[in-house]
Write a new protein. Sequence first.
Lengths: 396, 396
Amino acid sequence: MQPDFQSPELRHQTGLRLRRVVDGMASTGLDTLLLADNANVFYMSGRYYRGYVYVTRTGKCIYFIIHPDIFAPADNVVSIRKPEQIPSELTRMGIDLPHVVGLEYDALSYSEVSRLAKVFGEAVSADCSGVMRGARMVKTPYEIELMRIDGVHQSAVYERIGRLYRRDMTDLEFQVEIERALRLEGCLGYTRVAGRLMEINMGSVISGDNADVPSPYDFAMGGAGQSPSLPGGADGMTMKHGTTVMVDMNGNFNGYQTDMTRVWSVGEISEEALKAHECSRRILRALERETLPGVEIRSLYDRAMEIVREEGLERYFMGHNRQVAFIGHGVGIELNEQPAITARCRQIVEEGMTLALEPKFVIPGTGAVGVENTYVVRADGLECLTVCPEEIKSLI
Amino acid sequence: MQPDFQSPELRHQTGLRLRRVVDGMASTGLDTLLLADNANVFYMSGRYYRGYVYVTRTGKCIYFIIHPDIFAPADNVVSIRKPEQIPSELTRMGIDLPHVVGLEYDALSYSEVSRLAKVFGEAVSADCSGVMRGARMVKTPYEIELMRIDGVHQSAVYERIGRLYRRDMTDLEFQVEIERALRLEGCLGYTRVAGRLMEINMGSVISGDNADVPSPYDFAMGGAGQSPSLPGGADGMTMKHGTTVMVDMNGNFNGYQTDMTRVWSVGEISEEALKAHECSRRILRALERETLPGVEIRSLYDRAMEIVREEGLERYFMGHNRQVAFIGHGVGIELNEQPAITARCRQIVEEGMTLALEPKFVIPGTGAVGVENTYVVRADGLECLTVCPEEIKSLI
């Protein structure tokens, strides 16, 4: 478990990510970054550790660590007790102190940023959230490979979900069996999300009209949840004949994650629901072809809306009692990475982006339908990482 | 699922918590608080919602909500789209604007605090993290009742854990079966923690020498984990004859949580391990009697160390390869509440505090031993909320 920062392979892999970060700094006034956010520490080093990553505009990367016992020694690994020791350690190493240091204003607490901003005395601090989000938005081949592995495992479990159903199960009982299957497959059981607007356990299983109960979280779908302390997802009611159950569970097997949704039914469901589900698949097929490098992200949203309108399903798209204004999002270390696929997004599709596309519908009286896949953007369109049948199968 | 803020019962329950917060403001220069942290929103309202809680020094409490559709209307519930609308809404309601507004510097991001600090223009902002931690540290009878219910459910599952073992199981397979049992008992499967120094799925199951692998997280025990992205807890190795397995799993059934650890063995274990386990129980029995209102928290730590030294077990206490310098912590909505029970803690024991005491040992070659219970401080000592046999039983 001791990563060796001297190993050629790890140096190469973290080097490619480091280059993305350094390139991202070029268009800013930042000459260094001091990173501490757990997701960014993992991104820069290949593991989570307690401490800091110091990145210079010239591409130097120093790992300052609080607990030296979890690391193999290396010339870019420095043990400290507190961040205030960083300047003297840099001076000792012959590295210039920053003029403008980038700190993670969006990811760290006000208290922690305020403390870190004082570490370098005269140096001015500025927000580096955008630099890190931009770097992480486009994945390196190694990151894509980790997500491909996620997709293989997540799909393998989803293939078996139908067999986990027993008559008169509640949505929660069904969810618990899916959680167990995912965990036995190697899922870490931890959903890393950015910010505080999404709290979730291992995912969302929503059945029947619970799909139409609004939730305060920033997820595509709602659900009442089990408790007003965590008001989203399954509510513990028995899954009823003639309704759907939408499964959108965790795909984190290695620190990166895929995001994937499939739908099952209990017996036959309404024509309207089947039609909406096919509309979701039609949207995905169109976007798989048309999501090419250079295209505007917002055009993906517009294209989805165009198909929804053609089918006359606007009233049910991305919710019914409450509708949300996105059809997908970036995914990687965190579930909610850039870009957010909305009508207002100003970003451009780039090769190597990993996108979760989730055109979903809520049909009153039936429940949620639609498919979510995680894709990687290639030169000729989207490659699906979550390959698994998309049809609605009945559980009984 | 729609909480009615006019209901006498909810007004009474949130009123008691509100009084603790307002009392805590008295010794500060704050005349209002603007709260947004998920845990604090749940504390102040009885549910999580997206929005803000505005609290005045005179005891007014206004709920500003982003999604009106999840609330029953009430005279202290105001729908907004963004926090910048709060001042004009307050003026409309005839409520004075603040001179010094307390914001959650420890819980909210730098970006979010900076935005909220601008909302009131001239008003100066200051940190209210201490006010909220202090208020939440001592529980109201209703909160204690919720934690008592957690303890009943968590203990009911722990009583059945021995039956979940199968020969040659890995620690992870064992953990997954415990997770399933907890979830079917009603556990929310979500561990709410404050800050970024602890990341965890549904808890920690550590077996044999994995207990001696240091982790970067702020937990009492370590473990390599399944992935360098989440380096704590079970590592997937088969549980071996002559070793222990320590189970420290989630007790969140309603938004509050109990924290509880028990140990099992695979066959017979060393005398040293059994002795250390009994030492842990001896510490708990002493602290159950001696933790009286008015006593210094640090004296609990000192008392535990005194017993450990008497038994000559210092080398193994609270870790072996790495030792941590606390024996317990407050617990409630979050796993890591005040006080931290350390030698340096300056807080005083108060009636109604809920404390998780976890004197644990790591015995090389055997694994972790010790007991953790969650207690509520009563006038005559500690009342245990996690009543369950404490002896080490063999799984085979």
